[in-house]
Write a protein that binds this ligand. Sequence first.
Ligand code: MOS
Length: 778
Amino acid sequence: MSIIKETKVAVQGALQGAVAKAVALAPDSWIPGGRPDPLIEHRHGHVGKPVSRIDGPLKVAGQAPFASEIPMEGMVYAALAFSTIARGRIASLDTADAEAAPGVIAVMTYRNAPRLKPVPVFMSGPKAAGGDDLPIMQDDTIHWNGEPIAVVLAETQEQADHAKSLVRATYEDAAALTSFTEAKARGTRTAVFMTGPLHDEKGDADAALAEAPVRVDATYTTPRHNHNAIELHAVTAGWQGETLRIHDASQLVAHTAWSVAQIFGIEEKQVVVTSPFVGGGFGGKCLWQHQVLAAAAAKMAGRPVRLALSREGVYRLVGGRTLTEQRVALGADRDGGLKAVIHEGVVAKTANNVMPEPFILATRGAYESETLRLDVQAVELDMLSNTFMRAPGEAVGTFALECAMDELAEALGMDPIALRLRNEPEKDPLSGLPFSSRRIVDAWRSGAERFGWDRRNATPGAVRDGEWLVGMGCATGTYPYYRMPGAAARLTITRDGRAVVDIAAHEMGMGTATAHTQVAAERLGLPMEAVTFNYADSTLPGVVLAGGSQQTAAVGAAVIAAHRALVQELLKLAGNDSPLAGLNADAVSSRDAGLCKADEPDRHETYASVLTRAQRDTVSVEAEASMPLETMHWSMHSHAAMFCEVRVNAITGEPRVSRFLGSFDCGRIINPKTAASQFRGGIIMGLGLALMEETQFDERKGRIMNPSLAEYHVPVHMDVPSIDVMWTDIADPHAPMGARGVGEIGITGTGAAVANAIYNATGKRVRDLPITLDKLLG
Ligand code: MOS
């Protein structure tokens, strides 16, 4: 990172520090969420009901069109050829055979690609969406092993796939740095994430550690992970006059539209991005080269282009989670009180991206400790840039921290749950902010009871069932509540008593459309059938990113703002002949397809009646969400207590998870059916992280060697036991709808719960993920 960038970050950091202090000290009533969302009190409506996905019937009937299924007139199919060196330049590129192959329309390379401006990389602007800021097919330079070098366009996908195998390239190698070990030896730098350095200190942690009567100090390693959403990344793109239409698989349509406009040097409104259905995002479905290449190729060929990546293609050009090497040192009194928490280590990134794996984030708010030192160092390699992957930071950070807590419990001769409860903080350990709502103790108690934790034998390796060693482990999961700025929504009421919500949000399978139809219906006092939720179109209001487990809060806050504006408008229209006459918006609530006085529900008039009298067919308002200041005023997090039972085969070393329980504290649960599915999905991804997921990266050549689901293992049904989930359902008074995020919490803590259970079963402490059977033998 350049000095200029670093200075900018430091200045931003100082400004934010001053703002954060002011916001922290402001009265609650000045802060969004200072007055609890009235919806928190609604207990018998749509919110909280296990409603089935409203798009479920479409999906099972095959009628939900995904990005690679949306037709465009005159469309051609694209296939990519990838570089085979990590750094250098293309010496020769022979496309003649590919061009002569059957069905081929054109081959695009750096020689004939349209001129493109650099990609705005994440966090360089409010709508920047790029995983990195490398030029896309603009010259002969190679930046990573697997970079696209040619786009072959043909009449069918098969013809394109065949022709791309005929592209011949030779290279001039430059010295590439692809070895993590070598990079570390050359020196590391403090990693920067969002706007601040990943470094926190409280007191003298080294001294406190040295003096602590009980200590653990160990290094934990986690490998690279690649994105493997079931839907491959795909795009269908075409130019219609001056307008570029992109049907994408995306978790950020508004960001993509703006960023692509920058790249092509056109107006933002000339790019329209839609993404109505997405088969999983997890942080990977942002802006990578394929969308830009498809749009550029469509421009060059004068025909729309469909570019659906192969599974290998996803590994070659969509970044993943980087590797980490983490030291956790804990010092405690004999009664378990923490004196020192040190969590530090190294990750790999590239010079062109802003995503070091911030593995210390969860440790910031986890435990009360007299001293703390948290630090992430980064090295830069010549490889594909990293990106977000479900709970970036927390997923692997909690593996190290929560294994260390288990090791400390063992050293103290203390129950691991008791150790965690012993160190439960009263307020945020680093910022000193009060918690908005932290009921993790409830989650631990109810979870332990449901799981039967009291039946655990604390002696490792003591429980055997035939060939199988049986053990139980637990871990804390935690993920912050975020709410990104920029959300806005349009709310329309029609005279026939229907409502429409328009917002550029995303449905990646997690139930967004369903949950927000419930919320809007509840807020408006309408049946769900009367509400239409339109989303995933960049021409709709709002800049919303489906990530950071914050989309629900962002959409919720925008709908709150729009709803308030709508009520004000309706009260104006209602005039003096209405039972609502003279009321202001604060005194009004909704029921039975209309408005009423909150504490006098009989003073009621339906929307239809108000609009009819006002001779209006519709009332439509648009409003922006409040600034997300609540996160600077309260310490806000989702919490989980994770319980795992494993069986490890004493002869083969094979580990099998036999039972798993996630006990969650995430505020109010809007839809228990879709939320349970999010929790379970996160836990399943956590089982993959614990036991099998690993990108094989050739340290000599910088090439990913296992770019397929045959060689990169994710859990299949046989690997997943029935997963039990439960939750406190205690509303967070300071979050919209009382709800904190549920999307990423499930993968946090899970890796450690599995590792700790394996230790309890076998007496073997594996600190290197994934825990494969070879590490359990001998
Ligand atoms: Mo998520 S990794 O914030 O999509």
